[in-house]
Design a protein around this ligand. Structure first.
Ligand SMILES: Cc1cc2nc3c(=O)[nH]c(=O)nc-3n(C[C@H](O)[C@H](O)[C@H](O)COP(=O)(O)OP(=O)(O)OC[C@H]3O[C@@H](n4cnc5c(N)ncnc54)[C@H](O)[C@@H]3O)c2cc1C
Length: 380
């Protein structure tokens, strides 16, 4: 069967890999001439097993990671951390990974149409019996079917690749400074160091949060100051975060009857708390391929929902902790309580974080009270 994949980034490349293995005639349409042009996000890879490339520097995977480290500075001079070990994750140069992966797919027989943008109405003209929308957000499918306005919780982030060696942010770990009261607004800051001394750093916040920075330039200057880095040319981007996966949008049909299945950001797969989207893009591509192989394409939206349900519940629960009380010292106690929790549990098991908090009765009680206080409108 001929399949047209719109978008040649992680989600599109992963779909192409699976569908080639199933013997389909795969065409990838990518608007950029270089499949590696989308070269920077945080560039941290979870779910690396779903990418078939060797995990070495020649293929863009520059360091295996021990885990995530959360940092909190509840008051000057006090620094609290929690280490969340991760089973397998890598720090990458994403543009290298994508270029190598595209080269591999071309060798395996995929037809790569580079520098070829598919317009929303152009979806109807693609000859495939199936169209896969891997075009990120706002996706070409969302534009074609008219649901771009349904995004629930955007996250605005700015990032840069910066020469940085700082003993607070050791290599081999992904560092997240939470909540970002570090820079006097809600949100978070990340520092992802690489072995060559170039760290991916960024700062993000919810643009609908009343405590967001009013002036993003001020927030970026504050971030530079706190990290001790020179003035940067920050790249800004929006992460499409949904309050519940819009799965009913993951499979649409063109008037001709041709199905359009969305993966990755186009399907709303990005994690609502961590903002990690490459692993979820790979996972959604795998789910779609499984459904297709089983002749059950119509089950894809439900499989997608079931797969990410636990993660979404866990992520929104944790977000409610730190979007809530606004009490940094209390938050620092939460960070301490999380120390040692495997990242996979924080990420996927909504009960695991709760169990950690409940082990510290004083903490659980104070969180309960702080949240009730906040709900009643007395906080901040
Ligand atoms: C600041 C920031 C930091 C992030 N950090 C991380 C991180 O550290 N780890 C992580 O896992 N995730 C991270 N993410 C999320 C991650 O970048 C995305 O979730 C991931 O890129 C989604 O992959 P995708 O293939 O679905 O879409 P995208 O990567 O957005 O790719 C879409 C592709 O489609 C192409 N395209 C779009 N429209 C068309 C069209 N009409 N015709 C042809 N081609 C088209 C684009 O050029 C692009 O190549 C971050 C995101 C941001 C914004």
């Amino acid at each position: 069967m001929r399949v047209d994949v719109v978008g040649g980034s992680v989600g599109g490349l992963a779909v192409a890999e699976h569908l080639l293995a199933q013997g389909h005639d795969v065409h990838v349409w990518e608007e950029h001439r270089d499949p590696g042009v989308f070269d920077a996000c945080g560039e941290a890879w979870t779910e690396p097993a779903l990418c078939p490339l060797p995990k070495d520097a020649a293929h863009g995977f520059v360091a295996r990671l021990q885990g995530f480290m959360m940092h909190c500075w509840p008051r000057p001079g006090e620094h609290v951390t929690a280490r969340l070990p991760v089973r397998e994750a890598y720090m990458s140069y994403r543009h290298v990974v994508q270029r190598r992966w595209a080269e591999r797919l071309a060798k395996l027989g995929a037809e790569l149409h580079l520098g070829a943008r598919v317009a929303p109405q152009g979806l109807d003209a693609l000859p495939g019996k199936l169209v896969v929308d891997a075009s990120g957000w706002p996706s070409v499918g969302a534009q074609r079917f008219g649901f771009t306005g349904e995004l629930r919780k955007p996250l605005l982030a700015f990032y840069a690749n910066v020469p940085l060696r700082d003993e607070r942010f050791s290599e081999g770990w992904l560092h997240a400074i939470v909540p970002s009261h570090f820079t006097e607004f809600s949100g978070y800051t990340w520092v992802f160091p690489r072995p060559d001394g170039v760290a991916n750093v960024g700062v993000g916040w919810d643009p609908l949060d009343p405590h967001r920075p009013r002036d993003h330039r001020h927030a970026l200057r504050a971030t530079e100051e706190r990290l001790g880095i020179a003035e940067q040319r920050w790249v800004g981007a929006n992460l499409p975060i949904w309050e519940g996966l819009p799965v009913e949008r993951a499979l649409q049909h063109l008037p001709s009857g041709v199905p359009v299945a969305a993966v990755g950001d186009a399907a709303g797969a990005v994690g609502p708390l961590t903002g990690d989207g490459m692993g979820p893009a790979l996972e959604s591509a795998s789910l779609l391929a499984d459904c297709l192989a089983a002749g059950q394409l119509t089950r894809y939206p439900e499989r997608l929902r079931a797969h990410f349900r636990g993660r979404d519940e866990a992520h929104w629960r944790i977000r409610s902790y730190w979007d809530g009380p606004g009490d940094l010292r209390l938050f620092a106690r939460l960070v301490r309580a999380l120390d040692g929790l495997p990242f996979e549990q924080l990420d996927r098991d909504p009960r695991a974080t709760l169990r950690r908090v409940v082990r510290h009765p004083g903490l659980a009680m104070r969180f309960g009270l702080a949240q009730a206080w906040q709900r009643a409108g007395w906080a901040r």
